[in-house]
Ligand binder design. Structure first.
Ligand code: SF4
Length: 213
Protein backbone atom coordinates (compact mmCIF):
# COMPACT_ATOMS: atom_id res chain seq x y z
CA UNK A 1 0.00 0.00 0.00
CA UNK A 2 1.41 3.38 -0.93
CA UNK A 3 2.59 5.92 1.64
CA UNK A 4 -0.28 8.26 0.74
CA UNK A 5 -2.91 5.59 1.24
CA UNK A 6 -1.38 4.74 4.58
CA UNK A 7 -1.45 8.42 5.59
CA UNK A 8 -5.02 8.61 4.35
CA UNK A 9 -5.92 5.56 6.48
CA UNK A 10 -4.32 7.13 9.53
CA UNK A 11 -6.18 10.40 8.94
CA UNK A 12 -9.51 8.63 8.49
CA UNK A 13 -9.03 6.36 11.54
CA UNK A 14 -8.15 9.36 13.72
CA UNK A 15 -11.28 11.17 12.51
CA UNK A 16 -13.37 8.05 13.22
CA UNK A 17 -11.91 7.73 16.75
CA UNK A 18 -12.69 11.39 17.44
CA UNK A 19 -16.33 10.73 16.59
CA UNK A 20 -16.38 7.62 18.79
CA UNK A 21 -15.06 9.70 21.71
CA UNK A 22 -17.80 12.28 21.11
CA UNK A 23 -20.56 9.71 20.64
CA UNK A 24 -23.51 9.98 23.02
CA UNK A 25 -25.82 7.37 21.47
CA UNK A 26 -25.86 5.05 24.52
CA UNK A 27 -25.96 7.53 27.38
CA UNK A 28 -26.49 4.97 30.18
CA UNK A 29 -23.28 3.16 29.14
CA UNK A 30 -21.19 6.33 29.13
CA UNK A 31 -21.69 7.00 32.82
CA UNK A 32 -19.67 3.99 33.94
CA UNK A 33 -16.78 3.83 31.49
CA UNK A 34 -13.56 5.84 31.35
CA UNK A 35 -13.31 5.69 27.56
CA UNK A 36 -14.65 3.68 24.63
CA UNK A 37 -12.58 0.75 23.33
CA UNK A 38 -10.78 1.49 20.08
CA UNK A 39 -9.28 -0.75 17.41
CA UNK A 40 -5.58 -1.51 17.53
CA UNK A 41 -2.95 -2.92 15.22
CA UNK A 42 -1.52 -2.71 11.76
CA UNK A 43 -3.08 0.04 9.61
CA UNK A 44 -2.56 -2.03 6.51
CA UNK A 45 -3.98 -5.24 7.94
CA UNK A 46 -4.25 -8.48 5.96
CA UNK A 47 -6.50 -9.85 8.71
CA UNK A 48 -8.94 -8.03 10.98
CA UNK A 49 -10.29 -9.60 14.18
CA UNK A 50 -13.70 -8.49 15.42
CA UNK A 51 -14.81 -9.04 19.01
CA UNK A 52 -18.32 -8.36 20.35
CA UNK A 53 -17.01 -5.96 23.03
CA UNK A 54 -13.86 -5.47 25.13
CA UNK A 55 -14.40 -8.44 27.43
CA UNK A 56 -12.25 -9.38 30.42
CA UNK A 57 -10.50 -11.76 28.01
CA UNK A 58 -9.64 -9.19 25.33
CA UNK A 59 -8.91 -6.53 27.97
CA UNK A 60 -5.98 -8.70 29.10
CA UNK A 61 -3.13 -7.86 26.69
CA UNK A 62 -1.49 -11.27 27.32
CA UNK A 63 -4.56 -13.04 25.86
CA UNK A 64 -4.59 -10.74 22.84
CA UNK A 65 -0.89 -11.28 22.11
CA UNK A 66 -1.35 -15.05 22.40
CA UNK A 67 -4.37 -15.00 20.07
CA UNK A 68 -2.58 -12.81 17.50
CA UNK A 69 0.54 -14.97 17.60
CA UNK A 70 -1.55 -18.12 17.10
CA UNK A 71 -3.15 -16.58 14.01
CA UNK A 72 0.16 -15.22 12.68
CA UNK A 73 1.78 -18.66 13.02
CA UNK A 74 -1.12 -20.66 11.58
CA UNK A 75 -1.95 -18.33 8.70
CA UNK A 76 1.58 -17.14 8.03
CA UNK A 77 0.23 -13.58 7.84
CA UNK A 78 1.60 -10.71 9.96
CA UNK A 79 -0.56 -7.61 9.40
CA UNK A 80 -3.31 -7.95 12.07
CA UNK A 81 -5.76 -5.38 13.43
CA UNK A 82 -8.46 -5.98 16.06
CA UNK A 83 -11.59 -4.05 16.94
CA UNK A 84 -14.97 -4.23 18.66
CA UNK A 85 -18.62 -4.28 17.58
CA UNK A 86 -19.58 -2.26 20.71
CA UNK A 87 -17.10 0.27 22.11
CA UNK A 88 -18.59 1.14 25.51
CA UNK A 89 -18.70 -1.72 27.99
CA UNK A 90 -22.18 -2.29 29.46
CA UNK A 91 -22.18 -3.06 33.18
CA UNK A 92 -24.82 -4.45 35.51
CA UNK A 93 -24.74 -2.50 38.74
CA UNK A 94 -27.04 -2.51 41.80
CA UNK A 95 -25.51 0.70 43.19
CA UNK A 96 -26.37 2.73 40.10
CA UNK A 97 -29.82 1.15 39.86
CA UNK A 98 -30.74 2.03 43.44
CA UNK A 99 -29.67 5.64 43.22
CA UNK A 100 -32.19 7.93 41.48
CA UNK A 101 -29.63 10.26 39.95
CA UNK A 102 -30.98 12.11 36.93
CA UNK A 103 -27.76 13.90 36.01
CA UNK A 104 -25.90 12.37 33.05
CA UNK A 105 -22.45 12.96 34.44
CA UNK A 106 -19.82 10.24 34.69
CA UNK A 107 -20.03 8.04 37.76
CA UNK A 108 -16.33 7.15 37.64
CA UNK A 109 -13.81 9.60 39.02
CA UNK A 110 -11.00 10.55 36.66
CA UNK A 111 -8.14 9.71 39.04
CA UNK A 112 -8.74 6.30 40.52
CA UNK A 113 -11.55 4.83 38.48
CA UNK A 114 -13.58 4.84 41.70
CA UNK A 115 -17.35 5.06 41.69
CA UNK A 116 -18.42 8.54 42.85
CA UNK A 117 -21.57 7.06 44.42
CA UNK A 118 -19.65 4.73 46.77
CA UNK A 119 -16.17 6.27 46.77
CA UNK A 120 -14.85 2.75 46.22
CA UNK A 121 -13.64 0.77 43.19
CA UNK A 122 -16.35 0.19 40.57
CA UNK A 123 -18.22 -3.06 41.28
CA UNK A 124 -20.19 -3.01 38.04
CA UNK A 125 -20.23 -6.43 36.31
CA UNK A 126 -19.40 -6.34 32.58
CA UNK A 127 -22.39 -7.70 30.65
CA UNK A 128 -23.06 -8.31 26.96
CA UNK A 129 -24.40 -5.38 24.97
CA UNK A 130 -28.05 -5.25 24.00
CA UNK A 131 -29.13 -5.47 20.36
CA UNK A 132 -29.92 -1.74 20.46
CA UNK A 133 -26.37 -0.94 21.60
CA UNK A 134 -24.92 -3.18 18.88
CA UNK A 135 -27.03 -1.49 16.19
CA UNK A 136 -26.08 1.95 17.56
CA UNK A 137 -22.37 1.19 17.44
CA UNK A 138 -22.13 -0.99 14.31
CA UNK A 139 -21.69 1.92 11.86
CA UNK A 140 -18.34 2.77 13.45
CA UNK A 141 -17.05 -0.75 12.87
CA UNK A 142 -18.34 -0.88 9.29
CA UNK A 143 -16.57 2.39 8.58
CA UNK A 144 -13.36 1.08 10.19
CA UNK A 145 -13.48 -2.04 7.98
CA UNK A 146 -14.12 0.13 4.93
CA UNK A 147 -11.10 2.32 5.75
CA UNK A 148 -8.71 -0.57 6.38
CA UNK A 149 -10.21 -3.00 3.81
CA UNK A 150 -8.47 -6.15 5.09
CA UNK A 151 -8.34 -9.28 2.90
CA UNK A 152 -9.78 -11.42 5.71
CA UNK A 153 -12.04 -10.64 8.65
CA UNK A 154 -12.54 -13.09 11.50
CA UNK A 155 -15.83 -12.75 13.38
CA UNK A 156 -15.49 -14.06 16.94
CA UNK A 157 -18.75 -15.46 18.28
CA UNK A 158 -22.27 -15.98 16.96
CA UNK A 159 -23.54 -12.41 17.57
CA UNK A 160 -20.63 -10.76 15.77
CA UNK A 161 -21.11 -13.16 12.86
CA UNK A 162 -24.85 -12.62 12.77
CA UNK A 163 -24.82 -8.79 12.89
CA UNK A 164 -21.85 -8.34 10.55
CA UNK A 165 -23.04 -10.86 7.93
CA UNK A 166 -26.48 -9.26 7.94
CA UNK A 167 -24.81 -5.84 7.57
CA UNK A 168 -23.20 -7.16 4.39
CA UNK A 169 -26.52 -8.48 3.15
CA UNK A 170 -25.69 -12.14 3.83
CA UNK A 171 -28.83 -13.72 5.29
CA UNK A 172 -29.16 -17.24 3.93
CA UNK A 173 -26.80 -19.10 6.19
CA UNK A 174 -26.30 -21.18 9.28
CA UNK A 175 -23.71 -19.52 11.45
CA UNK A 176 -21.43 -22.47 11.92
CA UNK A 177 -17.96 -21.64 13.26
CA UNK A 178 -15.47 -22.15 10.43
CA UNK A 179 -17.82 -20.85 7.74
CA UNK A 180 -16.59 -18.40 5.11
CA UNK A 181 -18.31 -15.86 2.87
CA UNK A 182 -17.00 -13.54 0.17
CA UNK A 183 -17.89 -9.84 0.21
CA UNK A 184 -16.17 -7.75 -2.48
CA UNK A 185 -12.43 -8.43 -2.08
CA UNK A 186 -12.85 -9.59 1.49
CA UNK A 187 -13.27 -13.11 2.88
CA UNK A 188 -15.44 -13.17 5.99
CA UNK A 189 -14.70 -16.00 8.42
CA UNK A 190 -16.81 -17.06 11.39
CA UNK A 191 -15.50 -18.73 14.50
CA UNK A 192 -16.21 -19.26 18.19
CA UNK A 193 -15.90 -16.44 20.74
CA UNK A 194 -12.36 -15.40 21.58
CA UNK A 195 -12.32 -17.11 25.00
CA UNK A 196 -12.90 -20.49 23.31
CA UNK A 197 -10.63 -19.90 20.30
CA UNK A 198 -7.63 -22.24 20.24
CA UNK A 199 -5.27 -23.98 17.84
CA UNK A 200 -7.99 -26.32 16.58
CA UNK A 201 -10.32 -23.47 15.62
CA UNK A 202 -7.33 -21.62 14.17
CA UNK A 203 -6.39 -24.61 12.02
CA UNK A 204 -10.02 -24.94 10.87
CA UNK A 205 -9.96 -21.34 9.62
CA UNK A 206 -6.57 -21.62 7.96
CA UNK A 207 -7.83 -24.66 6.05
CA UNK A 208 -10.74 -22.54 4.84
CA UNK A 209 -8.19 -19.87 3.91
CA UNK A 210 -6.00 -22.50 2.20
CA UNK A 211 -8.92 -23.34 -0.07
CA UNK A 212 -9.56 -19.66 -0.80
CA UNK A 213 -6.00 -18.26 -1.23
S1 SF4 B 1 -21.38 1.99 22.53
FE1 SF4 B 1 -20.91 2.94 20.53
S2 SF4 B 1 -22.79 3.93 19.90
FE2 SF4 B 1 -22.94 3.55 22.09
S3 SF4 B 1 -22.18 5.41 23.08
FE3 SF4 B 1 -20.45 3.99 22.92
S4 SF4 B 1 -19.47 4.57 20.99
FE4 SF4 B 1 -21.52 5.44 20.94
Amino acid sequence: MSKTTREENIRRIIALEDRIYQCRRCKPLLRCIKKPSLGKGDLEPAIMLVFEFNSTFSADIKNLIELRNLIKKEFGISGIYHSFMVRCQPKACTVRDTVSCYAENKLLDKENNNCILTGKACTGIPVRPSCEEIIACLPFLLEEIDILSPRYIIFFGERVSEFLLKSYGIFDYDIEPGSHFKYGNMILLTTVCEEKFGSEECRQLSQVLGKNL
